[in-house]
Every structure is written in C-alpha cells, then in structure tokens.
Design a protein around this ligand. Structure first.
Ligand code: SF4
Ligand code: SF4
Length: 336
C-alpha cells in the first residue's frame, strides 16, 4: 500500500503555508530522488493565457530551491499543446510561462519548437527531452476535466509529457459537435481552429471529423458552451490512453508527485477563461505513486466532481493505470 502525505490547508498552523509545504516535501522524502550535479525536471503546467488557476509559481519556486539545496540542477518543463494558442509552439509557450511568474529557473519545452520531437517508448510518443531525464518532480493542479472527469498527476504525465503526436493519439476518437440550439454564430471557433476543421455555413457551423484532431480547443473558446463531445465513445478511450501513456512514461524513472487541491476549477488549466470553483481549497498531497495520489485526490473531491460530470466515470483512468502497472489504487494517508 503506497503512502500519500497530506497537508490540510483547511487547518490553522503556527507556521505559514509555504513553511508547511516545505515540511510536507521533507516528511515525504521527496528530495531523496535528487542526484547531485544532475538535471531534475520539474514538470508543470504554466497555465493558458487568461487562466488563473494553475499552481502558484511561489510553490514551484520552493520545489526548485529545495532541489538546488539537495545538490540537483532543476529546470521547469512542459510540452506544446495540440490546440492553438500561445502554448502551441515553444517560443510563445516560454514567453507565457515567464509572464505567469515562472521566471526563476530555465524553462525547456520538452517536445521541441513545434512539438514534433519524440521517442517511442512502449508504444507511447514521449517528448524527446524526457528520454534523457531520469529524475522528475511532477507538480500537478488537481481539478475537473470535461472529457475524463478530473485531471491531475496521470494527465500531467500522459498528455503533459507527450509530443503533439502522442496527444493526438490519446484524443483520436474525441470528435466534438456543435449544438446549434446554443450557438450564436459568433465564429470564434472558426477563427480559432488551427486545423481548419470548422466551416461556416449560412446558418450553422460544422466540424469536419476528418480534419478534426480532437484537441478540444474549440470547446474551451466557445462562449456559449455550444460545442460538446460525444460522451459514449470518448471518455473511456481517452482515459485508457492516459493510463497507457502514464505507465510507459514512469517506467525506469524516479518521480515524486505533488498534487495541489487548490483552486479546484471545473476544467483544466488549458481553458482561457475562469469559472467558479467547484469546491473550496483542500490541501496538498505528495507521494511516489501516481495512482495512489490520484485516487486519494479524487476521493477528496469525489462529490462535486461526480455531480459536475455525471456522464463520466473518472475512475477508469485509475483502474487502467493500475492494470498497466503505473502504481496502485490502495493508499494510506499520513497527515503532516
Ligand atoms: S464559438 Fe460557439 S457560439 Fe461561436 S460559432 Fe462556434 S459554436 Fe457557435
Ligand atoms: S474542431 Fe477539432 S481540431 Fe478544431 S479546435 Fe475543435 S477539437 Fe480542435
């Protein structure tokens, strides 16, 4: 049974939260994986332009400082996105990361300038940089996700550490459609789609499934929430893909996971907009097991998540991840 360490931010402490966070990392032994004078990747999501919910750079800076203190050489990293926007290419992605406060450490985009640099590991298209990195701190924001129910460490490993081709593979069946009863024909989705998959007709917009990559970007840009996925086929396949990629990625790597149950938003940090939170802040979890930390995180936010996306069974990604030997669902909580 894997251990998951928990810092409860609903409690009052004598020390401030940053000191308590340092204690969490210390008690859980996270810095044991740092090798002296060796690069340690700190995998983060820098937040889409307009998003405010990503993990605070102040916490990430603390992780970086602790790695340096342990003799390692940290750098921040993420990959390019499948959807259009400033994170689509490395140069604008790095620019946005700096604007969002991640300016205290080198930032490296792991799948190259255009997102096409990868190595195939156990059938997964892993961003090339990671093939030479043995140590990683996987810093994840735990929140809702409109396709797979929730997003945390597993999604950060799978979507977050794969090249564009890998993301495409995981999204391949997730083709959206437009609900014309809600659509106001504003054409934001038409201007936005990087793959020219949306066409405008006289009184409708249509998505060409052959051209659509399933990146989901149009769903986040639509102000009317008129674009939806066909739930039946999508959720299960994407979750299975996430589990497979996460398992392939973690093999032979030393990874320490930190999940932030703070700013628990209904959707992922790829959204350009802000929405009301679905739950109050809970705390921070840490573990060496990506499945245990996700199971524990889900258990803490289960009620609002299940209410938010009744069509989705988000436990599928946990079941598959365990089946593919990424970790175990059984966990034991140790409160810090
Ligand atoms: S962004 Fe939404 S409301 Fe605007 S045209 Fe596209 S589907 Fe319709
Ligand atoms: S139509 Fe398809 S490819 Fe275009 S933004 Fe939407 S999901 Fe992405």
């Amino acid at each position: 049974m894997a251990k998951v360490y928990f810092l409860d931010l609903r409690k009052k402490y004598k020390n401030n939260f940053m000191e308590m966070f340092e204690k969490l990392v210390d008690v859980s032994g996270g810095m044991k994986i740092v090798k002296k004078n060796t690069s340690s990747a700190v995998k983060v999501h820098f937040g889409e332009d307009g998003n405010l919910n990503f993990v605070s750079p102040l916490y990430v800076r603390k992780v970086v400082d602790l790695i340096k203190k342990s003799g390692g050489k940290p750098f921040l990293t993420d990959t390019t996105t499948l959807y259009s926007g400033r994170r689509f290419k490395a140069d604008t992605h790095i620019e946005l990361a700096k604007e969002h406060g991640f300016d205290f450490s080198p930032v490296v985009i792991a799948d190259g300038f255009y997102g096409d640099e990868y190595e195939e590991i156990n059938g997964a298209k892993i961003a090339r940089l990671f093939t030479n990195i043995g140590t990683m701190f996987c810093v994840s924001h735990f929140k809702g996700h409109l396709v797979v129910g929730f997003g945390g460490a597993l999604k950060n490993l799978a979507m977050g550490c794969s090249s564009k081709g890998g993301k495409l593979e995981m999204h391949s069946k997730s083709k959206p459609y437009v609900n014309m009863e809600k659509c106001t024909l504003c054409l934001k989705c038409f201007d936005y789609c990087a793959y020219k998959a949306i066409s405008k007709k006289k009184s409708s917009v249509e998505i060409n499934e052959k051209l659509c990559t399933g990146c989901g970007g149009c769903m986040s840009i639509c102000p009317e929430r008129a674009i939806k996925f066909k739930w039946d086929a999508v959720c299960s396949d994407v979750q299975k893909g996430i589990a497979k990629y996460a398992a392939s990625f973690t093999k032979d790597k030393k990874i320490f996971y930190i999940n932030f149950l703070i700013n628990i938003s209904p959707n992922c940090d790829c959204f350009h907009t802000n929405e009301p939170m679905i739950a109050p802040d809970i705390g921070i979890l840490a573990s060496f097991d990506p499945v245990s930390i996700e199971q524990a995180s889900y258990d803490m936010v289960k009620e609002p998540l299940d209410k938010l996306y009744p069509e989705v069974d988000p436990t599928e990604q946990l079941v598959y991840a365990e089946k593919y030997n990424a970790g175990e669902r059984n966990y034991e909580i140790e409160v810090v």
